[in-house]
Design a protein around this ligand. Structure first.
Ligand SMILES: NC(=O)c1ccc[n+]([C@@H]2O[C@H](COP(=O)([O-])OP(=O)(O)OC[C@H]3O[C@@H](n4cnc5c(N)ncnc54)[C@H](O)[C@@H]3O)[C@@H](O)[C@H]2O)c1
Length: 398
């Protein structure tokens, strides 16, 4: 097995893959399409971060490729449909930086509530203003979480541990953790909390969901945080509500347009506002998160290669089947049409191959079946399975 890891993936990923028997080649930079196609010759596993686009054309020209690891959260840079259609599994790390985002949110809530931004600016300007005016404890204050997913729910737990009361609003049914109170509407949340923090996902319908109307509904003197997606918030409206004093402070980590590279100018109408913390999309950027992403995604690639496991894959059905000693495993990805499982088992029966374990999963247009068989079977079995009209890819894992 050969793995190519681009974009300075964390070294722990290399350790995991090498321990799994892979030859690993590392490149610090991203590759463009033609460079990628050339580099993928003879490569089974590709690791990228957010800057390498894996297009349908690149996947089509990489017949050896078995799986792609996105060593990040997002997978927009990969043509998932094209990868699935060729039986290439894609994995990412959806939870590895959850805690990092939560800790930044907590730091900002405390920082804004104590007006640390102002005290810090004053001190650097030589002003000693030892006063408690406008500085509060977070204990006993009510936090309103919009979007109670992985990050929102974990923030809820940590905030309660600090003595905050928590309300949340989510468009989906979510279990309220600890003593958190579920709100029936966004308005109900806005009118009842001291701090509003957004943790919704990036679906297109969330564009501009937080604007002048929502800021106006927040309680006077409350705080606002957005560590989710930049396009969710109207920054002009936020500026107006900060300047009017209706919103007492804000922390913003994500922006509708963000500079492309380190050192590029950051342009935003939120610059220069008092008690506003601006950070360059670093909510999930900690060394711990990078390390966790490295281990997690590399582990998924290894398990796919060795066991055919697709748990948490973003484009294939999720399967994991415990394997018995002394068996071989056939991993078969196919078009999800009626009768494929019966056909596979018919071929095995015809060749008198005993099935020792089997698991089928389907997802959209794709089906995936893992079949464990005894080690004695004629080679024709694999040829026949590979030759089925419905077969996308068949692999023998011993
Ligand atoms: N700042 C960073 O560096 C950073 C790092 C990681 C994730 N994020 C972002 O944080 C956000 C949350 O991540 P997650 O892993 O918790 O996602 P998630 O998918 O687990 O949770 C999102 C939740 O928001 C809910 N939701 C969606 N639209 C809503 C709406 N309009 N109103 C109320 N609820 C709504 C969903 O039902 C879901 O429960 C994402 O946008 C992600 O991109 C940012």
């Amino acid at each position: 097995m050969r793995a190519l890891l681009l974009e300075s993936v964390h070294p722990d990923a290399v350790d995991v893959l090498r321990a799994g028997g892979c030859d690993v080649e590392l490149l610090e930079r991203a590759l463009d399409e033609s460079e990628l196609v050339a580099a993928l010759d003879g490569v089974q596993l590709l690791g990228i971060r957010s800057k390498t686009d894996v297009t349908a054309a690149a996947v089509a020209q990489a017949p050896d490729l078995l799986a792609i690891g996105a060593f990040c959260i997002g997978t927009n840079q990969i043509d998932l449909t094209a990868a699935g259609a060729r039986g290439v599994a894609v994995f990412n790390a959806p939870f590895s930086n959850t805690r990092s985002v939560v800790e930044l949110a907590i730091a900002e809530i405390i920082g804004l509530t104590r007006r640390l931004t102002q005290k810090n600016t004053d001190m650097h300007a030589g002003v000693w203003d030892k006063s408690a005016v406008g500085a509060h404890e977070v204990r006993g204050r009510r936090l309103g979480i919009v979007g109670y997913g992985n990050i929102g729910a974990q923030l809820s737990v940590v905030a309660e541990a600090l003595g905050m009361a928590v309300s949340f609003f989510d468009t989906a049914d979510k279990l309220a953790l600890g003593n958190a109170r579920r709100c029936r509407s966004l308005d109900e949340l806005l009118e009842s909390v001291d701090v509003v923090t957004l943790h919704v996902d990036g679906r297109a319908t969330n564009a501009g969901i937080f604007g002048a109307e929502q800021f106006a509904k927040m309680r006077p003197g409350s705080l606002f945080l957005n560590l989710s997606r930049g396009f969710v918030v109207d920054h002009h409206a936020l500026r107006e509500h900060i300047e009017s004093g209706h919103v007492a402070g804000a922390a913003v980590d994500v922006f509708p347009t963000e500079p492309k590279g380190r050192g590029d100018e950051f342009v935003s109408e939120l610059r220069g506002l008092p008690n506003v913390i601006l950070t360059p999309h670093i909510g999930g950027s900690t060394e711990e998160a990078q390390q966790d992403i490295g281990r997690y995604v590399a582990g998924k690639l290894r398990d796919f290669v060795t066991e055919g496991a697709t748990t948490m894959s973003v484009n294939l059905p999720h399967l994991a089947l415990p394997q018995q000693d002394g068996s071989h495993r056939i991993a078969h990805i196919h078009h999800n049409v009626p009768g494929v499982l019966a056909t596979i088992n018919g071929i095995l029966a015809e060749h008198k191959v005993n099935i020792e374990g089997q698991l089928l999963g389907t997802r959209g247009e794709l089906g995936y079946v893992l079949t464990d068989v005894g080690v004695d079977y004629p080679p024709a079995v694999l040829d026949e399975l590979g030759g089925l009209e419905e077969t996308v890819r068949v692999r023998l894992l011993s």
